[in-house]
Design a protein around this ligand. Structure first.
Ligand SMILES: [Zn+2]
Length: 320
């Protein structure tokens, strides 16, 4: 319900609203700042006893930060679990979290356009901003740093690059705990290497002819490339943009021609369009893949847990 409201609002004036929200809410933020004296933020290198305040834009990234940062960091996920980052509308609490953060971690590649509008005004000058997709091959981008398909983290080898970057940034902002971060980094990389191998073995159980993904939004491109699935497209041609009847008809033809056996959607989006396409193409709908957001159950609160759940869901849908 809440998500539908967000999506409806965004289609008309999300950009303008973000600007207005930023300026209006900065006043509130300023007042908050006056009322509460900054704690750990006064120095670029907080004392060893203080946790490093970190703001990560999405819960999937926040989970990786938590794994590397452990009990030395205080991680806030800006976009709440269950919301879509591409169309997010920041709330006052988000501006506070961003203003207090010593390290701000975003994915980049066009995922957080709402953040780019407010970050310059909100972040403290000493804060470090880490862009995880920088230097990685972003599909659909016209050049370095340009928007494209942002969902690199769903390829576990890119998630490992994210972990290395997160660890390096934490060592920079909190040198006294550098060894601690390096230890957690090594452990997480080992888990991700195992996860990558496990995913390949699971995908190998799907017959070749059925290794095809048709999704609600274009999140699975890098995953599909890494693990050898065909990607026949997404119902939403770009985030927040409803598909035309002609586009949907072409997608249904594609689905039939490629013998697609399931349409995959996510809990942060209304399943209606996916169900409509699935019934027109005579295939089933899977509505609970997690990609831009973790889930609320304990099994879905880590990156590895989310990926395992998704892979099991994909394998089940494409083999049954
Ligand atoms: Zn997305």
């Amino acid at each position: 319900m809440i998500l539908d409201k967000q999506r409806a609002g965004r289609t008309t004036f999300a950009g303008a609203r973000a600007g207005v929200a930023a300026s209006a809410l900065l006043t509130a933020l300023f007042l908050t700042g006056c009322a509460q004296k900054p704690t750990a933020g006064a120095s670029a290198h907080p004392p060893a006893a203080a946790r490093v305040p970190v703001a990560a834009t999405i819960s999937t990234i926040a989970a990786l930060v938590q794994t590397v940062g452990g009990d030395k960091v205080d991680v806030t996920s800006i976009v709440p679990i269950g919301a879509s980052p591409e169309t997010y509308d920041p709330a006052p609490r988000d501006l506070v979290a961003l203003a207090q953060a010593q390290l701000i971690i975003k994915n980049g590649a066009g995922l957080e356009l709402w953040l780019d509008k407010i970050l310059r005004n909100v972040a403290k000058p000493s804060a470090t901003v880490l862009v995880l997709s920088d230097g990685l091959p972003v599909e659909g981008a016209s050049g370095p740093g340009q928007p494209g398909n942002p969902h690199l983290w769903l390829d576990v080898t890119y998630a490992q690059v994210y972990v290395h970057k997160i660890a390096a940034a934490l060592r920079d902002v909190d040198p006294p705990n550098a060894d601690y971060y390096s230890g957690n980094e090594r452990a997480e990389i080992a888990r991700l290497q195992k996860l990558d191998t496990w995913i390949r073995s699971r995908i190998a159980t799907i017959p070749h002819a059925r290794r095809t993904m048709l999704t609600f939004h274009d999140a699975w491109l890098y995953f599909d490339k890494r693990y050898g699935l065909r990607d026949v497209g997404a119902i939403e041609p770009s985030p927040g943009q409803a598909p035309s009847a002609a586009y949907l008809a072409a997608l249904i033809d594609q689905a039939k021609a490629n013998h697609v056996s399931a349409v995959f959607a996510e809990p942060q989006f209304s399943p209606k369009l996916a169900q409509q396409l699935a019934s027109s193409a005579g295939i089933k709908t899977v509505t609970d893949l997690y990609d831009d957001t973790l889930g609320t159950t304990p099994a879905l609160q880590t990156y590895e847990g989310m990926m395992q759940y998704d892979v099991d869901t994909i394998v089940k849908a494409l083999t049954s």
